[in-house]
Design a protein. Sequence first.
Lengths: 322, 500
Amino acid sequence: MKTRFFLPAILLVFGLLLLPRAAWSEYPEHPVKVIVPYPAGGIVDVATRIVTERIAQDWGQPIVVENRPGANGNIGAAAVKNAAPDGYTLLIGSTFLVTNPLLDRHSRVGHEDFVPIGTMGMPPNLLAVPAASPAKSLQDFIALAKSRPGELNAPNPGIGSSNHLGTEAFVSLAGIELTQVNYKGQPPFIPDLLNGQIDFTFISAALAAPHIRSGKLRPLAVSYDKRLKSHPDLPTVGELGYPEAAVLPWTGFFAPARTPAPIVHRLATELKKALQDAEVIRRNDALEAVNPDLFLEDFARFLKSESRRWRKVIDEHHLQAE
Amino acid sequence: MELISHLGIGLEAVLTWQNLGYCFLGVLLGTLIGVLPGLGPVATIAMLLPVTYGLPPLSALIMLAGIYYGAQYGGSTTAILVNLPGESSSVVTCLDGYAMARQGRAGVALGVAALGSFFAGTIATLVIAAAAAPLAEFALKFGPAEYFSLMLLGLIAAVVLAQGDVFKAIAMVVLGLLLGLVGTDVGSGAERFTFGIPELSDGISFVVLSMGLFGIAEIIINLEQTSGRDVFTARIGSLLPGREDVRRAWKPVLRGTTLGSILGILPGGGAVLSSFSAYTLEKRLANDPSRFGKGAIEGVAGPEAANNAGAQTSFIPLLVMGLPSNPVMALMVGAMMIHGIVPGPQVMEERPALFWGLIVSMWFGNLFLVLLNMPLIGLWVRLLKVPYRLLYPVILLFCCIGVYSINNSAFEVGLTLFFGVLGYLFVKLHCEPAPLLLGFVLGPMMEENLRRAMLLARGDARVFFTRPISLTLLVASALLLCVMAWPRARKARDLAFQEN
């Protein structure tokens, strides 16, 4: 008996779902899922939640942050690539979207699989040495490294990470030779850096800040094209003559390819608004985050230029994974 | 007295209804997720991170910390009752705790675990308050060479875990090492043994392996012997440890607390090593090592104290240096950063109420846990009276939910079932999974640190002998090998005397 009512009702609901929905202004009608392809509690996760909390409040619709770490971002990215392009599943993408396809020919996801929405705040890397190092400036360090080719150690917290690519770019620009020691992420190399087994590093400003304040780490330059609010006297790599060593681990929101343009534009507007919120700015400042402020077409153009830039570096240095 | 004034600052910060309430809520949640197999503190804290957004930072951190050490308490409950280690640190609790439960002494095992953990937690809290800064400096002295030597010591100790055949134990350790190699090589970025499956590119997760080898395999075994299970549920025995139990347990608790407090500080394998090495130590010191694995109370008391002490002191690198020592501590970093606090050496000076408040809250948390858990023992034990045909589907369901919640991956649920079948085969072949798990945990860290140490020393292997801490650990490894050979030598000598 009941089925006689149920069946048409179900068909009706599915039929409505299949209808082209004209009223896009209704978006979002239910919670939106944002997939962070990194572990919970990491810098990307925290930076994402700062923004999504704000947008969710504006919408009155929850945003569920789901952590899908693994395969250097590829697992989370693949999940979003295969999701329905309806604006209800979004990806937090980063440099890996550009570099993974270049580093690994078998990679099944790349930035072409997504529509870029806009960038969010991320802490840039600093070039730093342990406090005991004789190098007081970047020029000092380059001179030191030239006098001892291959003897100084630099950590590599992940193949294709901004730290790795930044180090490669800097080394070839400065004409020095460093031995790269591999670690699983940035926090594990900090003890070796503080106790002097590591001589030089590209390290996230958020992780470096407490050790700079306690005097155990000396920053030499910012790997970004603007100076940091918290270290106004610290020069950028560009000011010191190495603009190509500015490698920001840029991070932003992406939607699956073929997501309707009105939704993408709506998301970009919401993101822009959230990033101007005083509380979001305060929290981003505490993270030492910077934002290149790229949205939609600008962001897409930037991705293309990044792809060209890293193809060159990766080919020159033979960084492809086997 | 600086210590007392510091604890005073902490007390003042904690003794509000709100903070005590969040502390209780945290340990209650922790106990619950610890008891539910597979649902670990990592998934829970990750889910609760957004909730803490609106709380004052201290309340948020108190609650999250409570979930973590509360889960250690709860994790031993399932290890003892149904042979399910929820956390790597409760794997060894399974060995003798579950054996005690089968003898109808589940209540005693749970009681000793709770009281031992409370004692260890209290001492470890004092250790953090008194010596956090110098201990963190000590942890900094651990470079790749020291880690390699420590892992070597741990692997040798793994063989002692085995009850029977030494060769089978070594084979299991090696199999564990091989399973640990699955995933992306840190050195070259090349994928090893992944068969092109993206889910394997970060390796097999510990929970997947331990849940399969211990939990699922145990269910299959129990379903096979339909009658045996009833025998074990019929006798419950006393609920609380008696005088004889206390006499046997207090020394292992003391030793476990000491070991756990020291090893917990080390980033990386500290917490796992603490319970494993406490078990090894007790088995070595015992007059009759053959009782171990058959329900020796020392084998529950020592490791339980060690893992709880280790769980507390693992906060030291986080609070003093801003360095997370395990995935839960990494989440705590995230929780602090959400509130605009960058964990590091300056937190102690700039936010003393937060720093000391969190430490003092740990003692209250431990007190709540013991008050909460002692009355619950009766309830847990009665759970064993539930017919197994009703109990096992529930356990199985929670295992699957728990595994899924780690990475939201259905592949890992399937992998857990695969290891369940493998674990069943191991039981049939009389191979023990505990040494395999230790090999699995330590192997990859050992390889990583060996290669790193050799690279930093530019290929000079003498680095392991010239660094004092590393040398000490290598000497200890050599001594342990001799001690392992010793009972055999003594037995041979005794035989020789008899013949005379």
